[in-house]
Design a protein around this ligand. Sequence first.
Ligand code: NDP
Length: 318
Amino acid sequence: MTKPDILMPYRLLPIAEEELAKRFTVHKLHEAEDRQALLAEVGPKVRGVALGFGPFNQALLDQLPNLEIVAGFGVGYDHINVPACLAAKVMVTHTPDVLNEEVADTAIGLMIMAIRELGQAEQWVRDGHWAAKKPYPTTAATLRGRTLGIFGLGRIGKAIAKRAEAFGLDVHYHGRTKQNGVTYPYHATLTGLAEACDTLMVVAPGGPSTHHAVNAGVLEALGPDGVVINVGRGSVIDEAALIKALEDGTIYGAGLDVFEDEPNVPEALLALPKVTVLPHVGSASQATRNAMAMLVANNIRSWFETGAAITPVPEMGA
Ligand code: NDP
């Protein structure tokens, strides 16, 4: 029996590349010297795409007339043109759940770093100031007594909330709908959430519906003790408004794992003293990234063995 042809436009982790190679004829576009020539040659045969770190757009879709499935790497899928795939009757999958706890750990770590200036304090030791008998200044901010507003109380948001409760924080949330069985106070608007809390945890997805949802008005509502943490998507925060709010004291600080134009982080943001930045490492342990990569491979395997994907994106329907 001939093996179905799979296209790999970008590098995927070795564990998933090896898994796919057992059952499929894999075409590695990322290793091709002439991408266009390879696409022209294999495009019509390709039935599946195993996505790594990169987008899937209409231009690529147009070159794959017999495509059946795009298996995305990551739970967020704003880098995949889902409407175009729906129109072409192409299944789209993502990798939910396997990364919840890892990303929640990162979110809590980032929150504590931002509020207690742990990154700056470590730099103090490395720069020799402590040895020179200068203690690191006490931090103006503390986690004690804070109220955490979670924007996006989904799979990861709930894992963050559980941890925050253990830290003694009050938890509130905002999403488009009030969730049955959730006892945290619900706010129908993001501004309402910001008014009720002093620490805003952004873990909502990217895309048009959340673009710049955290704007100047929301930051104003958060107030001068306010700290914004973003482990969702950079596009959810109006970065220029955030920089201005930090510069003029509208809010206190920020901890950011994601940015509007990754990997570019604005100099103005880096120049601010109460800002902690991470290079989009929310899920980035080897164990979790391997689990995500295996789910990419298993979605493709399941599709061709059973006709059903394991974790379709919600737009695909039940
Ligand atoms: P879920 O779909 O489980 O949760 C998303 C939550 O956001 C839901 O509670 C949803 O509630 C809310 N939401 C969605 N759209 C809107 C909107 N337009 N307005 C208000 N609320 C909205 O996703 P996950 O928890 O699995 O993942 C969340 C996001 O985290 C991912 O999409 C990804 O962008 C990001 N992420 C970042 C990582 C990193 O490395 N930093 C790693 C993994 C994920 P409702 O439907 O009620 O609106």
